[in-house]
Ligand binder design. Structure first.
Ligand code: 5GP
Ligand code: MG
Length: 184
């Protein structure tokens, strides 16, 4: 896997420090409140699991499975597909939606609209990465670990063609990896 990496953007230690800092902020902001955290799968898998274990009070957790890309592509397919939605009632809850990255903004704005219909007490967005350069819909994260430039990144939950999610840091792949998978 290491041979496929061109550049490491954020190391394991940097990520750990930022995630801990963010969890501390969430703990302060949501203390004495009913908090439901909704993770967007698959991308938020690692971020979500590290983040929730640093929150010192009991929170409810659920997930939504959404799909943005088709096969070995680095271009979103346009319409976000919700493969499965939440099963818990969020009516008297403060909801925090957790995703890997805010890119064009389509996925998270659709999900915020969808959750709003269930009338939670509040709804906020928390992402590992914010890629402002590609934003198409006006949405800003309420909580974010890192700002990034317009680069396609993998690792710490983020994939290319479903691979590299298990990379313990955030990186850019070598050009040859994309061209080897033909469809980009
Ligand atoms: P949006 O709807 O904001 O354009 O896209 C959000 C989804 O696209 C993210 O949840 C993520 O799955 C995917 N995505 C956007 N940028 C990247 C990237 O640089 N790397 C990877 N692996 N996925 C990305
Ligand atoms: Mg995603």
């Amino acid at each position: 896997m290491k041979n496929d990496i061109r550049e490491v953007l954020f190391s394991t230690v940097e990520i750990k420090n930022r995630v801990s800092g963010l969890a501390q902020k969430l703990a302060d902001d949501y203390v004495h409140k009913n908090l439901t955290i909704i993770g967007i799968l698959n991308g938020s898998l690692i971020f979500l699991s590290d983040l929730i274990r640093e929150i010192p009070f009991a929170v409810k957790i659920d997930t939504i499975k959404a799909s943005t890309y088709v096969g070995a592509s680095t271009f979103p397919k346009g319409k976000t597909e919700i493969i499965h939605s939440i099963n818990i009632n969020v009516k008297d809850e403060h909801v925090l939606i957790v995703d890997d990255i805010l890119d064009t903004g389509k996925t998270l704005s659709e999900i915020v609209q969808m959750i709003t219909k269930y009338s939670p007490l509040s709804i906020k967005v928390c992402v590992l990465l914010n890629k402002m350069a590609r934003r198409e819909i006006a949405i800003a994260p309420d909580y974010c670990c890192f700002e990034i430039e317009d680069k396609f990144v993998v690792g710490y939950g983020l994939d290319f063609d479903n691979r590299y999610r298990n990379l313990p840091y955030i990186a850019v792949l070598r050009e040859g990896i994309f061209t080897a998978s033909k469809i980009i």
